[in-house]
Design a protein around this ligand. Structure first.
Ligand code: 5GP
Ligand code: ZN
Length: 113
């Protein structure tokens, strides 16, 4: 399978990794949309949110907890931050290995465009 984010996990493609454990890796987005823009991904390949199953519940929750911890560690928890997961082309998903965007360091519009 040819997956960009699996290649980053396997260290075949370089990335600016800020967090890693046995299940999850987080790295800087190559085209940041905010002063802080990290991608938090499971090491398990799951293509889209539509493919997430019941037995992935702990892993999915872990992505959120790591987003919260990184936001705190990097000093953005009080001012606020946004987490986003795009599902399929209509929502703007371009890499088909699920990832949570963690964005912070500027004001964000609501509702999003
Ligand atoms: P999506 O559009 O699928 O929700 O988000 C994919 C994200 O991956 C985009 O924000 C894009 O900038 C980022 N991205 C694409 N290719 C690379 C890459 O090779 N390295 C890193 N670090 N980020 C990438
Ligand atoms: Zn993958």
């Amino acid at each position: 399978m040819n997956c960009l984010f699996c290649s980053i996990i396997e260290k075949k493609i370089p990335a600016d990794i800020v967090y890693e454990d046995e299940d999850v890796i987080a790295f800087k987005d190559i085209a940041p949309r905010a002063p802080l823009h990290l991608l938090i991904i499971p090491k398990l390949h799951v293509s889209t949110l539509n493919d997430l199953e019941e037995h992935h519940a702990n892993l999915a929750g872990k992505l959120l907890l790591i987003a919260q911890k990184l936001a705190k560690q990097l000093g953005h928890a009080e001012e606020g931050y946004r987490v986003v997961m795009n599902c399929n082309q209509g929502a703007g998903q371009t890499v088909f290995h699920i990832h949570l965007h963690l964005l912070a360091g500027r004001l964000f519009q609501w509702p999003p465009g």
